[in-house]
Design a protein around this ligand. Structure first.
Ligand SMILES: Nc1ncnc2c1ncn2[C@@H]1O[C@H](COP(=O)(O)OP(=O)(O)OP(=O)(O)O)[C@@H](O)[C@H]1O
Ligand SMILES: [Mg+2]
Length: 266
């Protein structure tokens, strides 16, 4: 049991201890330390926002959590199990929405794309069809089910990726830079996904430096800077300690308080 200072207690979904990630620069033989001694927890049902400027290590951390990248050091436990031993459970539970949603497209139509996940998990034809329809309807894409995924707009592609994850029944969704390259309606679409996920009790991890768009949804805020975890806790408390060198802007400059920090109208 642990207490994060944000009122979250219990057994964490993820427990990361002294994590490090080094990359060897090809040719030069030098080592680049992308993550340094990171320790953090992710709790079931929370919305965690991980902020940090370009190159701070957000995407690398996400890839390690999802089992796509092996860390150089430290330990990552998923529901108390080492990542390597949690393989199938991890794949069933953790869904990623990449910044480049194009790379996640698997089907020729939206319906086929979303069905891919449940089919792969061994659900029957009927179950797969039902899960696909529910997820597409939930994300407002059912009318476009026969369309080609590549023709969707950027915001719609992220919604499609989220639908695929919901259809697999993942309890945790990690969204990497979900607002990148989106116009105002696109940002709204993504914020609606986050709101829906929260309402369904899913665990949501947002990796972004755009606090002004989504901080209102966050139960907890973590700041990464140059591969180090610099601050962690309730958003208000972390903002009090914000250092300009971290390259993250305090969104409250333009809002009354943390609860207002979103582009989604009330
Ligand atoms: N495969 C790799 N080989 C070498 N260096 C890498 C590799 N992957 C990431 N890095 C480096 O690790 C650092 C962290 O990268 P990461 O993609 O996690 O940053 P980020 O916080 O997601 O940034 P952004 O906000 O731009 O998405 C960067 O300096 C990046 O160049
Ligand atoms: Mg990134």
């Amino acid at each position: 049991m642990s207490d994060t200072g944000a009122g979250l207690t219990g057994i964490p979904l993820f427990s990361v201890k002294n994590l490090s990630m080094n990359f060897l620069s090809s040719g030069e033989g030098t080592v680049f330390r992308a993550l340094r001694n990171i320790s953090l927890e992710i709790y079931e049902g929370e919305c965690l926002l991980i902020a940090g400027s370009n190159g701070s290590g957000k995407t690398v951390l996400m890839k390690i959590l999802a089992g796509l990248l092996d860390p150089s050091g430290g330990e990552v436990l998923f529901r108390g199990k080492r990542l390597g031993d949690a393989g199938r459970e991890l794949r069933r539970s953790v869904g990623l929405v990449f910044q480049d949603a194009d790379s996640q497209i698997l089907g020729e139509t939206l319906e086929e794309d979303v069905a891919f996940g449940p089919k792969n998990l061994g659900f029957s034809r009927e179950e797969t069809a039902e899960k696909t329809e529910t997820a597409l309807r939930m994300l407002g894409l059912w009318e476009k089910r026969h369309a080609q995924p590549r023709r969707l707009s950027g915001g719609e592609k992220r919604r499609l990726a989220a639908a695929g994850i919901l259809a697999m029944g993942c309890g945790l969704m990690i969204l990497d830079e979900p607002f990148a390259n989106l116009d105002w309606p696109g940002v709204m679409q993504v914020l609606k996904i986050i709101k829906t996920l929260k309402e369904k009790g899913k665990t949501v991890v947002l990796l972004t430096h755009e606090l002004e768009k989504a901080l209102a949804f966050a139960d907890r805020l973590i700041i990464l800077h140059a591969g180090e975890l610099r601050a962690e806790g309730k958003p208000e408390k972390v903002l009090e300690r914000l250092e300009s060198a971290w390259g993250v802007r305090d969104p409250r400059q333009n809002y009354a308080g943390v609860a207002d920090c979103t582009w989604l109208p009330p």
